[in-house]
Design a protein around this ligand. Structure first.
Ligand SMILES: [Zn+2]
Length: 343
């Protein structure tokens, strides 16, 4: 077979057109079936560590190509706007942006969720769930030939996971305020924005910040259609990378730093419902078919991606403090963790 990873071909085309202000690094190269597949780390904007940063990640699960596609469309827009948009340049003076649009190229090349070693990267962190997880889906150590394999106990994380860990540490979590958005698909009928935790149903310490961000988004775009919730509301899992990165950052930097790792879970079940023939294709369960629907999906998430970058620039104007933070905490506990409101 020829090297055929259309997402990588498209990324390379984009990078050919990109100005030198976009820094391109190969974080790791995956060898699979005699092919060398690079994992790109792209950075843009002001590296000053006192400024906020945002990271966009996609393709962690090789089957979920749509996450990578959405990021490529967003990147294309940014690269083109760099040529003519002074407001984008102003934004980049205030913000660091980092992209890993295709984090598991070996898995995408092989059409598998896991990486070429059979490990599900989103179950690969050295972190066990504290409560009961769903059998298999929550992560398993029986066999790499079955889905949701965590890898061997006590083994180092997979190279793809290690690269993500490095990018998060070097570009995001040493800052006062940072956010990550990891783009996935395949769960449910609604588009969801998940925040930690996945390893426990306990409340996420930065829920007031997530709640304030949600309120900001609702005020700015009242007609949005995302469900924002902790992942633990849907299911718990072992080895979640974002829980792991978040807990590491909290241990290293202390609770006064704010790091918000979010996951965009595009609700693909509706795509299947409207086109049942997709049920017979593994790709179809995770990705919209080309055409009309694909275009709409690629378009509709751009707003959210761009909103997040702007919100990061404006953090001083909306990050809650004092009694306002308490108000958000209370609303978050009621909305997401089953607390009853007492007057
Ligand atoms: Zn996924």
């Amino acid at each position: 077979m020829q090297h055929h990873l259309p997402e990588l071909v498209e990324l390379n085309h984009l990078l050919d057109e990109a100005p030198s202000s976009l820094t391109v690094n190969i974080g790791h190269t995956v060898e699979v079936n005699g092919k060398s597949l690079p994992i790109h780390v792209l950075t843009l904007g002001n590296p000053d560590p006192s400024l906020p940063a945002i990271g966009y990640f996609g393709g962690v699960h090789g089957l979920e190509r749509i996450g990578t596609r959405v990021l490529l469309v967003y990147l294309r827009g940014l690269i083109n706007r760099l040529k003519w948009d002074p407001l984008l340049h102003r934004q980049l003076e205030m913000l660091r942006m980092v992209f890993v649009p295709l984090a598991n190229p070996g898995g995408m090349f092989l059409n598998t969720r896991c990486n070429p070693a059979g490990v599900d990267l989103m179950r690969n962190a050295p972190l066990d769930a504290q409560e009961k997880v769903p059998f298999f889906l929550g992560g398993q150590r029986f066999s790499p030939n079955l889905p949701w394999y965590r890898g061997l106990p006590d083994a180092p994380m997979q190279p793809e996971s290690q690269l993500l860990s490095r990018v998060v540490e070097e570009e995001l979590t040493h800052r006062r305020f940072s956010l990550a958005l990891d783009c996935h698909s395949g769960f449910g009928v609604r588009d969801r924005i998940w925040f930690p935790y996945a390893h426990t149903a306990k409340p996420f310490p930065n829920m007031p910040e997530v709640h304030a961000l949600k309120e900001l988004f609702e005020q700015t775009y009242p007609n949005h259609n995302y469900v924002v919730e902790p992942q633990s509301r849907q299911y718990l899992a072992h080895g979640d990378l974002w829980d792991h990165f978040y807990l590491n950052a909290r241990t290293a930097a202390g609770p006064e730093r704010v790091f918000l790792p979010l996951t965009l879970e595009m609700g693909s079940w509706l795509w299947v419902k409207k086109n049942p023939t997709q049920l017979f294709s593994r790709q179809g369960l995770f990705n919209p078919r080309p055409g009309h629907r694909l275009h709409r999906i690629l378009r509709q998430h751009l707003l959210w991606l761009d909103f997040l970058a702007r919100a990061m620039c404006g953090g001083d104007h909306w990050l809650p403090h004092g009694s306002n933070r308490l108000r958000h905490k209370k609303m978050a506990l009621i909305e997401w963790y089953g607390w009853k409101a007492h007057s």
